[in-house]
Design a protein around this ligand. Structure first.
Ligand SMILES: C[S@@+](CC[C@H](N)C(=O)[O-])C[C@H]1O[C@@H](n2cnc3c(N)ncnc32)[C@H](O)[C@@H]1O
Length: 268
């Protein structure tokens, strides 16, 4: 299952409030914007793997989807299950507790960036491919190889001498290994180069349709981002501009998160 530090990190309960301000709010608004455009219309069956406390499952259920969350953290499953219209079970993306071809869409918004071994990431993609119906959709989130490098400048993390070795490790092989809970930095994770998705997806028998930059470079604006988010007009402008450039290949690695949209073979 999860490594001890990842489990400890999530058991502290940060996922309940994570997406409510700053970069994480931008991540939510953009992810929601993409999901609304790529998901089949409701009602449809959505399996939200790594769905945490149901941050997306809740709004999806409100929008008329039948949503089931799968997550390895008991506190996440318990919280997700309290959301109206959402069911939730304990489980792992590499071995899903779901029958073949039972979901119209599978979301992997979390598991891939907590699986440092490539074979495990491909196993997660394969499980999604097994569970999705013919013609169905898989949408997966990854974190950029360069995210911690940039984040450290915006947030002043390099002042702590423990930070730079973490960044250098991630730049080297994608593995951000942070077992020290006292740092307050993100727990152990895998940071994808955008081009890795081009081979991971077909290896699982899926067809890559789109790689979408979630935040683009806008997440690097620091405190200015809060001002933008506090102003509805500026927020709309920002979302329009990010939408206009979301699949531009030269910008993919500058985004903190990427969403990869894949379908089963033979889908339109
Ligand atoms: C940062 S949270 C993201 C939660 C939510 N999906 C979102 O996008 O905001 C990552 C989630 O992935 C889950 N996770 C980590 N490894 C996993 C695995 N192997 N299988 C399924 N879920 C996993 C964690 O428990 C956590 O809920």
């Amino acid at each position: 299952m999860l490594s001890a530090e990842i489990m400890d990190y999530y058991r502290l309960g940060g996922e309940r409030v994570r997406l409510t301000s700053g970069n994480a709010r931008l991540e939510f608004l953009r992810t929601w914007d993409v999901l609304r455009r790529v998901l089949p219309p409701a009602p449809a069956d959505v399996l939200d793997v790594g769905g945490a406390t149901g941050v997306y499952a809740g709004p999806l259920a409100e929008a008329g989807y039948r949503v089931r969350v799968v997550d390895p953290v008991p506190e996440h499953v318990a919280a997700a299950a309290t959301r109206p219209g959402v069911t939730a079970v304990l489980g792992d993306a590499r071995s899903l507790p779901a029958a073949d071809h039972t979901a119209d869409a599978v979301l992997l918004l979390g598991p891939l960036y907590h699986l440092p071994e490539r074979a495990d990431r491909v196993a997660a993609w394969r499980e999604a491919a097994r569970v999705v119906r013919p013609g169905g959709l898989v949408v997966a989130a990854t974190i950029s190889r360069f995210a911690s490098l940039f984040d450290g400048f915006v947030k002043g993390f390099y002042r702590d001498p423990r930070y730079r070795p973490l960044v250098e490790g991630a730049l080297d092989d994608g593995v951000h290994r942070n077992t020290d809970m006292t740092t307050g930095w993100f727990t152990s994770a895998y940071f994808h180069h955008p081009d890795e998705l081009v081979s991971e997806v077909p290896e699982a028998g899926l067809v890559l349709r789109q790689r979408v930059a979630v935040e683009g470079p806008v997440w690097l604006t620091g405190p200015r981002l809060e001002q933008i988010l506090a102003d509805p007009e500026q927020t709309t402008l920002m979302l329009d501009m990010l939408r206009a450039t979301e699949t531009e290949p030269s910008l993919l690695g500058a985004s903190s998160h990427l969403l990869t949209v894949a379908t089963t073979a033979g889908a339109g």
